[in-house]
Design a protein around this ligand. Structure first.
Ligand code: ZN
Length: 307
């Protein structure tokens, strides 16, 4: 059908129809736009086989999810990230109990931010924590939850054998926090990226390393992965998750480019915040609050004020 192909190609290139063809989900972090109700959350999603995600709302007026992953094995459950309060993380623990009687044995701190760690007191007291040394130090300086003294430090890569499941804890480079860890399940080809991947959420840079973050995304894209899981925003199915990771990478690239353009034009930080044109990303969740933070962070990086 030579006449149809160019038409379809054009539609796909426009991005308007890709969603409908690949999966009938609205590409957004906003539950209402996605067709979901408040009472649909928190929710547990079976991603594939023994891999699940748990989504609950982040604090604040603008509704979007904080997303955790858990992997069930015959020897116990590995959890990647918690929620932002003891009550919310208790919800995660209870949800895991509904899926399996196996105990939670391992918790990986993929993001040290409070919205992923402040509820960690609700995990069983004997769980084994895995954390990047940078994140452990950040938590020690802060006022919130702290990793216990026997937490295992992973600076680069560590393979964890839990039952028959091999799990890889990976540091793909500094990104959203500086101590960002990912969890890779090779048998299922699932990669939980925590806050390295914010699905349709504006790049949040308060503690970020913008250029390093792009590198971490490239590394993730080059891995053998069927499903990428974000730390905020919805759990997607395979091909959609790949497209959304790519869309996030493009967003981060565009935000850095816009801030860099303003910096090169000699625009002051305050004026740049007013003048920044985020294009399509202005409609992404948190754009209003995170846009100014992104300007400041990219300016700091350009002025070599980042460690
Ligand atoms: Zn977060």
């Amino acid at each position: 059908m030579p006449r149809v192909r160019p038409f379809l190609t054009a539609l796909l290139a426009s991005g308007m129809v890709a969603a409908g063809l690949a999966q009938s989900v609205v590409r957004t972090a906003d539950p209402a736009k996605r067709g979901l109700r408040d009472r649909d959350f928190p929710r547990t999603i079976k991603v594939t086989g023994n891999v699940y995600t748990y989504e609950d709302f982040h604090a604040g007026d603008e509704k979007f999810t904080t997303t955790d992953m858990f992997v069930v094995t015959e020897e116990g459950v590995l959890v990647a990230d918690g929620q932002g309060s003891p009550a919310a993380t208790k919800g995660l623990v209870d949800a895991i109990r509904k899926v399996t009687p196996k105990p939670i044995t391992t918790v990986v701190i993929c993001s040290d931010h409070g919205d992923h760690t402040a509820g960690n007191g609700s995990f069983p007291s004997d769980v084994h924590y895995i954390i990047h040394p940078t994140s452990k130090a950040i938590l020690e300086r802060g006022r919130g939850w702290k990793a216990p003294g026997d937490a295992e430090l992973v600076a680069d890569k560590k393979t964890v054998q839990l039952g028959r499941e091999e799990l890889q804890i990976l540091f793909l480079g500094r990104a959203h926090t500086g101590g960002d860890l990912s969890v890779y399940v090779p048998r299922q080809k699932v990669l939980f990226m925590s806050e390295i991947f914010l699905n349709r959420v504006f790049p949040a840079m308060r503690s970020a390393y913008p250029t390093d973050w792009l590198g971490a995304l490239t590394k993730a894209e080059r891995m053998d992965v069927n499903i990428y899981i974000p730390g905020h925003g919805f759990t997607e199915t395979g091909d959609v998750s790949k497209e959304e990771l790519r869309a996030y990478h493009k967003a981060l690239d565009a935000v850095i480019a816009e801030a860099t353009r303003l910096h090169k034009a000699g625009v002051s930080v305050d004026d740049a915040i007013k003048q920044a044109n985020w294009g399509e990303y202005a409609s992404w969740t948190l754009a209003k609050s995170q846009g100014p933070i992104a300007i400041r962070k990219v300016y700091e990086q350009l002025e070599a004020k980042l460690p």
